[in-house]
Design a protein around this ligand. Structure first.
Ligand code: UDP
Ligand code: MG
Length: 327
């Protein structure tokens, strides 16, 4: 009998339509791996209810009551996908030998979990689920999603291209990850920072089995900006570069103005003056905005607020370190 305890962590936000469809699929995959002796029978599927407003939590409680492999925890309110993942991961620290995080909507190919576990047994501490193609996505989603990865990488954050949050990590990676105490969590950037040996498995991303995506473009843009500013300070460097460039141009402008004054041709010039003022003040405001974003992040970090608060569990709490304040 294999002793490796796997916990599959599944964040759920208003997923009452899709959860009854995917929960048995996850269970089947888990059972299959247990039967093949790849993981221990003490492996679990942990649903993290992220403050859903529909019947998601009620469904999770019924699932947990019916089947010992299902567990559930509930966040006290909606905190977003990343925080839900973090809550689930930290909950299992000390119990799981390996964790896999997967979306609840069936988009991440569930059968690939076995390949991830195989890769772990072959020595990888981190296994990234990478999308093969985005044929099922609309052109717009595909284009914006790929631009998102390119932008983040250009900005100096080390993320795996076309990898979202479908990944396996080992207990020692989880332990190391717990040492990253930041409030602004961007897991797909943090895990590569932690290091250790990694492998990729490739899968086709399916369409959502039911319900709707909770990531419209506006959320994606926020997510990209948050990701960049929480992982790297490259935008600040770029501001410095921009400032130097503009200073050089301004220097030429000053020489130009002096030459014009000497030549006595300074009557006209309203248009050029206005353009310069508008341009420079625009640039300054953008730079202030970027710096403000960092100051805001520093502010949030200094508060050291709990990163998640668990309000309910379907099981008796296991001892272990956690950020939750309700203990
Ligand atoms: N999710 C969450 N909290 C949120 C938004 C989403 O826990 O505030 C979960 C959601 O239930 C799903 C996963 O995160 O399991 C991915 O969300 P979604 O499928 O809406 O995003 P997409 O796949 O369209 O990028
Ligand atoms: Mg989805």
């Amino acid at each position: 009998m294999n002793q490796t305890k796997l916990v599959v962590i599944i964040p759920c936000y208003n997923e009452e339509k899709v959860l009854p469809l995917t929960a048995p699929m996850f269970l089947e995959a888990l059972q299959g791996m247990i039967d093949k002796g790849k993981i221990s029978d003490e492996s679990r599927i942990l649903f993290v209810n992220d403050g859903s407003r529909d019947d998601t939590w009620a469904i999770i409680k019924v699932l947990a009551a019916q089947e010992a492999h299902f567990l559930g925890i509930a966040q006290s309110r909606n905190r977003g996908h990343q925080n839900a993942l973090l809550a689930g991961l930290m909950e299992e620290k000390g119990y799981a030998d390996i964790t896999i995080t997967a979306d609840c909507d069936g988009q991440d190919d569930i059968s690939v979990m076995e390949e991830m576990v195989d890769a772990y047994h072959n020595g990888a501490d981190v296994v990234y689920g990478v999308r093969k193609s985005r044929d099922k996505d609309s052109f717009f989603k595909k284009w914006t999603a790929e631009a998102f990865y390119k932008l983040i990488r250009k900005m100096g954050a080390d993320v795996v291209f076309n990898h979202a949050d479908y990944r396996l990590i080992s207990a020692r990676v989880l332990e190391a990850l717990a040492g990253y105490k930041e409030v602004n969590v961007f897991l797909r950037g943090l895990v590569p920072l932690v290091g250790f040996s990694s492998a990729n498995v490739y899968y086709d991303r399916h369409e959502r089995l039911a319900g709707e995506s909770r990531y419209p473009l506006s959320k994606m843009l926020n997510f990209a900006f948050d990701g960049i500013t929480s992982l790297t300070i490259k935008p600040l460097r770029m501001i410095t570069g921009l400032g130097l460039g503009i200073a050089a141009i301004s220097f030429l402008g000053v020489i130009w103005a002096i030459v014009m004054a000497i030549l006595g041709r300074t009557i006209s010039g309203w248009a050029s003056m206005t353009c310069i003022i508008c341009f420079v003040s625009g640039v300054q405001l953008i730079c202030l905005g970027v710096m403000g974003e960092y100051i805001g992040k520093i502010y949030m970090e200094t508060k050291q607020r709990p990163r998640y608060v668990i309000s309910e569990r379907t099981f008796a709490e296991t001892p272990g370190e956690s950020d939750a304040t309700d203990k």
